[in-house]
Design a protein around this ligand. Structure first.
Ligand SMILES: NC(=O)c1ccc[n+]([C@@H]2O[C@H](COP(=O)([O-])OP(=O)(O)OC[C@H]3O[C@@H](n4cnc5c(N)ncnc54)[C@H](O)[C@@H]3O)[C@@H](O)[C@H]2O)c1
Length: 344
């Protein structure tokens, strides 16, 4: 078992391993869980004083204000007190949703995350961002509300579809670029039973823990976590969400790698291409640069100070930069060529 300390804004620990010891706080619990990992929720409930058990299917549809309200009302009807804890058991959609329920109920009660996807283990459950979607867009409502502990039990990954398992590791790969850890750039041999999985996920989680401890409210450093996401979000939107988030980010990282190379940085494109092959990314939408730029422009409106790209210059050397339109266009032309030639 590996233990990682997140220092800010409040101290909490990440536990990564198999068959983790279940904490037993002497307070009532509300366990919000994905039925796909119902057995884990039952196990947690079995050794604790659980007062509410609520199954919510994982997926973006569950990250809604309607489900949020239903859960809050369920907690209120059960008379859950202020010292109660909410436990989230599932992938990133469940940890985002249940964390936000904890942030809102009685102006905030404690919560713990039991992430059950690779993505949630290395990314979503760490850092205290919680929230739900609106019809107008993803993650538009939420709160910063750090958990009291994160328990990544690797045994749960045995039932996760292989494509989900690998796509989650796209974010771990990204953490490798951010943290300057080349070992994270080679997940090729990993599978749920691999011995190397625990140290790999622990290293990836540690990068996120470090970044959020240094920049909790996303003023600067934390923006590096957006590597690959600017073009990635546009590709997701242009494909009508037919292209998954993991694949879209992997394509976005290839684009960022091209920008880095173009600006005099190291050549990281081969790694990004290998990642696309390993995750079996389907072809991206055929949208033109102006079409994608329009989506990017819409994203950009969410910041008032203009758009900065996360550009990788080398392993561990990522810079936030404004990039002139002609450079973006020429990197995009190269990207199209590489993508057309890659055997996905
Ligand atoms: N808060 C953050 O900082 C942050 C960061 C990154 C992503 N996110 C959010 O995370 C979400 C994506 O997370 P995700 O990919 O885990 O999605 P998810 O929760 O939808 O899980 C993916 C699928 O796997 C299933 N599943 C979960 N665990 C399983 C298991 N052990 N075995 C079998 N099936 C299982 C789910 O039912 C679902 O169908 C997005 O909503 C995204 O916005 C949040």
């Amino acid at each position: 078992m590996t233990e990682i300390l997140v220092e800010k804004p409040s101290e909490y620990r990440l536990f990564i391993g198999r068959d983790l010891k279940v904490p037993k706080p002497k307070v009532p619990l509300a366990i919000i869980y994905d039925p796909k990992v119902g057995y884990l929720a039952e196990k947690l409930a079995g050794v604790n004083n659980q007062q509410v058990m609520e199954a919510i299917p994982g997926g973006e549809e569950s990250k809604s204000l309607a489900v949020y309200e239903r859960l809050l009302r369920r907690l209120a009807q059960a008379g859950l007190p202020r010292d109660a804890e909410v436990w989230a058991v599932g992938g990133g959609t469940i940890t985002d949703l249940a964390g936000f329920v904890a942030a809102g109920y009685l102006r905030g009660v404690a919560w713990r995350a039991w992430p059950t996807t690779t993505l949630a283990m290395v990314d979503a459950a760490i850092g205290g961002k919680t929230g739900v979607n609106l019809p107008e867009g993803k993650n538009l409502v939420g709160a910063f509300h750090p958990p009291r502990g994160v328990y990544a039990d690797l045994t749960t990954l045995a039932t996760l579809a292989t494509n989900r398992f690998r796509e989650g590791l796209v974010e771990a790969f990204k953490h490798g670029l951010i943290g300057g850890d080349w070992r994270l750039l080679e997940p090729w041999e990993l599978h749920p039973q691999a011995d190397a999985l625990e140290p790999y996920l622990a290293r990836a989680a540690a990068v996120k823990a470090d970044v959020v401890s240094g920049d909790y409210q996303e003023q600067g450093e934390r923006m590096k976590l957006n590597l690959g996401h600017t073009l990635g979000h546009a590709l997701e939107a242009a494909s009508n969400h037919g292209l998954s988030h993991g694949h879209a980010v992997a394509y976005g990282m290839l684009f960022a790698a091209l920008l880095g190379r173009q600006r005099g940085g190291a050549d990281l494109t081969e790694h990004a291409l290998t990642l696309l092959r390993w995750t079996e990314a389907p072809s991206p939408p055929t949208a033109s640069w102006p079409e994608l730029a329009a989506y990017i422009g819409r994203d950009k409106k969410k910041r008032s100070d203009g758009l900065r790209w996360v550009v990788p210059y080398a392993l561990g050397d990522l810079r936030l930069e404004e990039v002139p339109e002609d450079e973006l266009k020429s990197a995009f032309a190269e990207w199209r060529e590489l993508v057309a030639g890659y055997a996905g």
